[in-house]
Design a protein. Structure first.
Length: 234
């Protein structure tokens, strides 16, 4: 579904990514893990069209994304949940969800998907008339995921969904991610939290200083001594 092939990219004279290749197949959860500053968010910005590539290709369902404006990538079924969740604080929870179905292909199913969001996240139904900015961090992450699902996406990209959350809430958020993955939506999960992300993923890639240094089955990566020593200190 998503194919990144030998991509080099950066900002001005600063190169951030070096010969990066990565794939996400249909119905698959792929984790991209790495420390802060490794280049994870830059890769996401390339997929969403915010940062151009210097060389290499990015394809989505066989379409070269370099030829697709950023605003049209959402219409193709790519939902990007950025760091900080990106919800609209000064409108209600329900209005945030309705914003998620703004593309033409999702409008016909708006009512059905709104009900599905409330069934999946009852707390959002309880607080549907509240300003979104008044929600807790964990509830805001639920809202961000629910809003992405309103798009009826083929691929959801999550950038550091555990950032700034208490450990008990992190567990809840990853449970939600695992449940959403069972619906068949492909997911690309970018995280510093190695254990949690690889536990919900099918496959994983390790990014260090802009380079993919390891990839493979998620469970095998979790058992890899090099990774646990580098990222967990054990």
């Amino acid at each position: 579904m998503l194919k990144i092939d030998h991509v080099n990219a950066g900002y001005g004279d600063l190169q951030v990514l070096f010969d990066v290749s990565l794939e996400v197949n249909e119905g698959e959860v792929v984790a991209l893990v790495g420390s802060n500053g490794a280049g994870k968010s830059t890769l996401l910005d390339i997929i969403s069209g915010f940062v151009p590539v210097l060389s290499g290709t990015v394809e989505f369902n066989g379409v070269d994304l370099s030829k697709v404006p950023d605003y049209k990538r959402t219409r193709m079924g790519i939902a990007h949940i950025p760091q900080g969740r990106g919800i609209l604080n000064t409108i209600t929870v329900e209005e945030n969800l309705l914003v998620g179905s703004y593309v033409k292909s999702a409008r016909a199913s708006r009512a059905k998907n709104l009900k599905a969001s409330y069934d999946r996240f009852p707390i959002l139904y309880e607080r549907r008339k509240q300003m979104a900015g008044s929600l807790s961090g964990g509830q805001q992450q639920m809202l961000a995921i629910a809003r992405a699902l309103m798009l009826e996406p083929k691929l959801i990209i999550l950038d550091e969904p555990s950032l700034g959350l208490a450990p008990i809430i992190v567990e809840e958020v990853f449970d939600i991610i695992a449940n959403v993955s069972k619906t068949g939506v492909s997911m690309l999960l970018i995280e510093q939290n190695l254990i949690q992300s690889l536990n919900v993923a099918d496959r994983g890639y390790v990014l260090e200083t802009g380079r993919i240094v390891m990839q493979g089955n998620a469970k095998e990566l979790l058992a890899n001594e090099e990774i646990t020593k580098a990222y967990l200190g054990i």
